[in-house]
Design a protein around this ligand. Sequence first.
Ligand SMILES: *Cc1c(COP(=O)(O)O)cnc(C)c1O
Length: 460
Amino acid sequence: MFEKEVFAEPYKIKMVEKIRKITKAEREKLVREAGYNVFNLKSRDVYIDLLTDSGTGAMSDEQWSEMLKGDEAYAGSVSFEKLQKAIDDIMGFKYVLPTHQGRGAENVLFSVMVKKDDVIIGNMHFDTTKAHIEVRGAHAINCVTKEAFDTNSDYPFKGNIDTEKLEELIKEYGPERIPLVMITVTCNSGGGQPVSMENIKKTAAILKKYNIPMFFDAARFAENAYFIRTREDAYKNVPIIQIVREMFSYANGATMSCKKDAIVNIGGFVALNSPDLYQQCTQFCVIYEGFVTYGGLSGRDLAAIAQGLYDGIDYEYLKSRIYQTEYLGKKLREAGVPIIWPIGGHAVYVNAREFLPQIPKEEFTAQALVVQLYIEGGVRSVEIGTVLADRDPITGENRYPELDLVRLAIPRRTYTLSHMDVVVDAFEKVKKVKDKIRGLRFTYEPKVLRHFTARFEFVS
Ligand SMILES: *Cc1c(COP(=O)(O)O)cnc(C)c1O
């Protein structure tokens, strides 16, 4: 039994949003009308929404007060200065370009740095990062440690770069074809698994030898720092801000989706230490995002991000955040639900093929589990499996990833531990009908990014 430590969220609630639980019969009807795709559900019909942790967090009173104080100037706002100052203080980067989201930051940076036939190595590229690389005719290569593929081992840093393979890849392609290496912290596509400081340092040393710049995809940098503090001996009890500063000291820059660890509902940025690179990026920021001191955001958004970066590195907050994710994961594991181990930062991943072995992968095992979880408990999760993997563009065949997963992503500061108990209860209910759950087939399949708008029906 996973005992609740005598420990609670380091905040009290001063504004609430009502959520409602509709009946199972209503949910059955609604999910059928949604074509058994939870992206087609209305959020008001969802009881606990674990679709994503992106832009779904709750801002603090201090962030809201920054919103009110945020000044709205096209150029040179005080809010922008605050953002610049926060990024310099926390990450040590002097040059900042705000963007509407993380993908906007990728677009601005890669417009300067990435060209056709280039090779961009990373631990595991996030989908939008990979897309921004491939759309330029360049190649996105994952180089994560092999430990990442053993979903049961206790290995603490499954987001690590495989440094031996990295050096082999550099020799194979030649450093001139590699404009940068991108480390995603934590590694979202690998289940929110962290990268150790030792690995960051080692990677930086290798790249220095070949004169290749290192960048962070920093969406969950604060969670990564928390894992370094709790799992890497040399950093035990070291203040989070100090860990963060050290992490970024090895990098030439970062792109960030502020919808994650900056705990805002929209925003992103590119942060750099090179004035030349900054200069080159500015023109693309102006074309795609907006003038260099607002980048598609309002002044109040910039001010909320600045405060959110500080909120996000608060040790007590991070402790409760990771505790909550772990609480859900351990309770599910106790209930006999197979999950990816160790539990990552922002989400718990359920191994659907192991849980529902009777549903063949051709019938979208994880999607079937997502649907049943909504029917039983009003919990919205998301499929990270065959539907998401799409078809091979050349053969037109379905691609079957190694694992069919259901992701339960936890919004920041939004739900309590009681809500996590509701999720566990929903799984208990699914377990009772588990052998009767049927697979799915498409009734509508869009050509690209099919998971967002596809429609399904039950097989037989
Ligand atoms: C969310 C995310 C992005 C993209 O950011 P958006 O704000 O959604 O555009 C990039 N990388 C990682 C690791 C992410 O989690």
